[in-house]
Design a protein around this ligand. Structure first.
Ligand SMILES: Nc1ncnc2c1ncn2[C@@H]1O[C@H](COP(=O)(O)OP(=O)(O)OP(=O)(O)O)[C@@H](O)[C@H]1O
Length: 292
């Protein structure tokens, strides 16, 4: 579905763009329908730049990106609009996506005007209600101002804004790093639900523990290059690259299960695991609670 083929990125700076910095080196990977792929790496490793290139927010310097067999760099006008109906991004700071002086419903009116002008009022209402319900919000939420909502609710609204379109791929760039533990679980569970409904997700994170929980495949980026890529079980269970190993070593207790006695002491069920220093209770693919 999405193919990122030998992509590189050079940023130019200085007078007349004389200074060049190559920040992405021959990045090559694929995302299949309904697949969650995590891009993991330290700050500055190039995760956001890769996501922005896929979203065409920044250009590609070398290689190419295709979505459903179309080279996205060639898309213009109606073709580009159609692309954004299928591919959308949600970013780290939800507050920055809303203008504080307008009610949050405005972002949905903008989306309708830009992409869904052909829908009549009833079809639009049905679509909007469906998208909001999918993220656990009511239409009444649209009447609030951003400051009247929590970070998690705003993040849900942004996901709903993407869902109101016919998206097939969501780029989720550090979308839970600013949320508190319980809201993180809500948003992760929501992503899990969307994946089960067939949505592909590129989950950008520096947090290996969360990448572990949510992804089918893991891509480890270091200084703009992929150093390791594979199924989540393989990368976490048998890391090949020293950089992956060092990232894993930095996460305490990954994969370590609490003993039954410990769980009993805490009054928890056995289906509980400890990820990255958090104790995560999960049932049937659903996170229930995180204990820090
Ligand atoms: N517009 C730009 N101009 C010049 N350099 C840039 C620009 N955007 C990003 N970079 C550089 O590209 C490199 C990769 O940055 P990027 O934001 O993609 O990394 P990241 O892994 O997403 O980091 P973080 O987790 O901190 O967001 C960094 O060295 C950064 O300084």
């Amino acid at each position: 579905m999405l193919k990122v083929e030998n992509v590189s990125k050079v940023f130019r700076s200085g007078a007349f763009g004389g200074k060049k910095a190559k920040v992405i080196h021959d990045v090559d990977f694929e995302v299949k329908p309904g697949e969650v792929v995590s891009l993991i790496g330290e700050s500055g490793s190039g995760k956001t730049t890769v996501g922005r290139m896929i979203l065409r927010l920044t250009s590609v310097s070398g290689g190419r990106i295709t979505f459903e067999d179309e080279d996205i760099s060639t898309l213009r006008g109606a073709g580009l609009k159609s692309y954004y109906r299928r591919v959308q991004g949600v970013f780290q700071d939800p507050f920055s996506s809303f203008n504080p002086i307008f009610k949050v419903g405005r972002v949905f009116r903008t989306i309708r005007r830009e992409f869904l002008g052909d829908l009549d009022a009833a079809a639009w209402e049905a679509r909007l209600t469906g998208a909001l319900n999918a993220v656990g919000l009511e239409v009444a939420a649209l009447d609030k101002f951003p400051h009247q909502m929590s970070g998690g609710q705003l993040q849900r609204l942004l996901i709903a804004r993407a869902l109101v379109l016919d998206i097939r791929l969501l780029i989720a760039d550090e979308i839970i790093s600013m949320l508190d533990a319980s809201t993180r679980i809500d948003v992760l569970n929501l992503l899990g639900d969307l994946k089960r409904q067939g949505l592909s997700i590129i989950f950008v994170t520096h947090d290996l523990a969360l990448g572990n929980y949510i992804s089918d495949r893991i891509i480890i980026l270091q200084k703009g290059a992929i150093v390791e890529m594979g199924t989540t079980d393989r990368v976490f269970g048998d890391p090949q690259h020293p950089y992956t190993r060092s990232l894993l070593d930095a996460v305490p207790h990954l994969h370590e299960r609490w003993s039954d006695a410990e769980l009993k002491d805490l009054g928890l069920v056995a289906d509980t695991a400890r990820f990255g220093g958090h104790l995560i209770e999960h049932r049937k693919d659903h996170l229930v609670r995180v204990y820090s």
